[in-house]
Design a protein around this ligand. Structure first.
Ligand code: ZN
Length: 445
């Protein structure tokens, strides 16, 4: 044993591989408890053992990496939340009001950091909500937003088509090291992406379109059967996205792109189903856990091997960029983020809803009247100014009465709001804006 240790010590330390890869994978609209590996925080009610998630790819990543049990988004909409990941700032920091508001050009972005360090940078996105005109393309050599299928007010691609586009991009030739961002939109409604093979694992799955259930859920007339059918249809979409993520990783592995790699899986926001206290079957109006609590898994291989285990502290999506940079040895934080593996304390995580936009402020930051929340001290304080309500709960648990803590968290939330930017007018070029409004998509997603 001692000899082996001596031999090990006398070996030269391994040289950095010249060909590492970072793969950042976003599953849009995926609540944390839609993954089997997040069974410890599942909030399906009642607990139904025959209606569970099926996410073996994500679970495999969690088994060989770190699963952040309480990862939190800062806004329940696609562009704002992805902007937090890519800029290291929450919505007050990056000033993206909601979908359709391009990311300001003065914010340094994650892909720019990789590009400046000599990495190749490729993105393939699954929905027009993240089209290049929204500004997340900065720093990417190739930003493929050529989503082909019109779905209601948006253009989007199914995950299998996204994979085809990824492999086409990669097979044209990549330089190394490589930063690859892949965005799957399938868990977003309508729930019609899953292949028949995946969907048959969810025999209770109901209609793809949850819209008709909203009125019933609000009126309290939603039946248990309808709620189960909706949950199953949603979980089938997540299972399908998981399967396609497995095929993505298989394809990258075959191309020898994952030998030294860091794979990060996250979601931009969750989805309210029949959760009490949230506007049902959607996201955007609520700054509560069904919309904000997302999966975050970081798994490495080769010299990027990540610690194995569960981190139970709240983790902010704005920390993701700094964490990835630190893991691969690129110096400096991104925006206000901190390295989740090196932190000594969990900082407060702030969030705000982005609707109903008809009631936005026009004399101050647009989103100030909307639902907002802070997670700190193991608790969530949710404040709804339009209704004059607030609610304190233990994270993932029931409401609690604790006036002192409520006041402490409220003061933090008010300080966050006091430092919010001013009113922001949408800055789309007129032609683009008209086209988007005609599609109804400026408010969608
Ligand atoms: Zn989204």
């Amino acid at each position: 044993m001692i000899l082996a240790l001596l031999l090990a010590c006398s070996r030269p330390s391994p040289q950095p591989s010249p060909q590492p890869t970072v793969v950042l994978i976003s599953w849009d609209t995926t609540r944390a408890d839609a993954l089997s590996s997040y069974a410890d925080v599942r909030s399906w009610r009642p607990q139904e053992p025959d209606l569970g998630p099926s996410t073996p790819t994500a679970d495999g990543l969690a088994a060989r990496g770190t699963r952040f049990q309480w990862a939190l988004a800062h806004a329940p909409t696609t562009l704002s939340s992805h902007s937090s990941v890519m800029s290291g700032r929450d919505s007050h920091g990056h000033r993206v009001v909601r979908n359709g508001y391009p990311l300001p050009a003065d914010l340094p972005l994650l892909a720019e950091r990789f590009a400046a360090a000599g990495w190749d940078t490729i993105a393939v996105v699954g929905a027009s909500t993240l089209e290049a005109g929204m500004g997340l393309n900065r720093g990417f050599r190739l930003y493929d937003d050529q989503v082909g299928t019109r779905v209601r007010a948006r253009y989007e691609d199914r995950a299998d088509r996204v994979n085809e586009r990824v492999f086409a991009a990669v097979d044209k030739g990549v330089a190394r090291p490589l930063f690859l961002f892949v965005h799957y939109f399938d868990p977003h409604s309508p729930w019609d992406s899953a292949s028949p093979e995946v969907r048959q694992k969810f025999p209770q799955a109901g209609p793809a379109e949850p819209g008709p259930l909203v009125e019933k859920a609000v009126a309290g007339t939603l039946s248990d059967e309808e709620a189960r059918a909706a949950r199953a249809a949603y979980l089938a979409e997540v299972a399908w996205t998981d399967q396609q993520t497995g095929l993505l990783l298989d394809g990258l592995r075959k191309r020898r792109l994952l030998d030294d790699s860091l794979v990060v899986l996250f979601s931009d926001h969750g989805e309210a189903l029949d959760d009490p206290g949230s506007w049902p079957y959607g996201h955007g109006l609520d700054a509560d856990l069904p919309a904000l609590h997302v999966p975050l898994i970081i798994a490495g291989s080769g010299r990027f091997a990540a610690p194995v285990g569960v981190d139970a502290r709240p983790a902010r999506l704005l920390d993701l960029g700094s964490t990835v940079l630190a893991r691969v040895g690129l110096p400096g934080a991104l925006g206000e983020g901190q390295d989740l593996f090196a932190r000594t304390e969990a900082l407060p995580s702030f969030a705000e809803a982005t609707k109903p936009d008809a009631q936005e402020r026009t004399d101050a930051w647009n989103n100030l009247p909307f639902d907002r929340s802070v997670v700190d001290e193991g608790h969530l304080l949710r404040v709804t100014p339009l209704r004059g309500q607030s609610r304190l709960s233990r994270l993932g648990d029931s409401a609690v009465v604790d006036p002192e803590r409520t006041e402490r968290l409220r003061a933090k939330l008010e300080a966050w709001d006091a430092a919010a930017p001013g009113f922001r007018e949408v800055e789309l070029e007129e032609e683009t804006r008209k086209a988007l409004e005609a599609l109804g998509y400026v408010e969608g997603g």
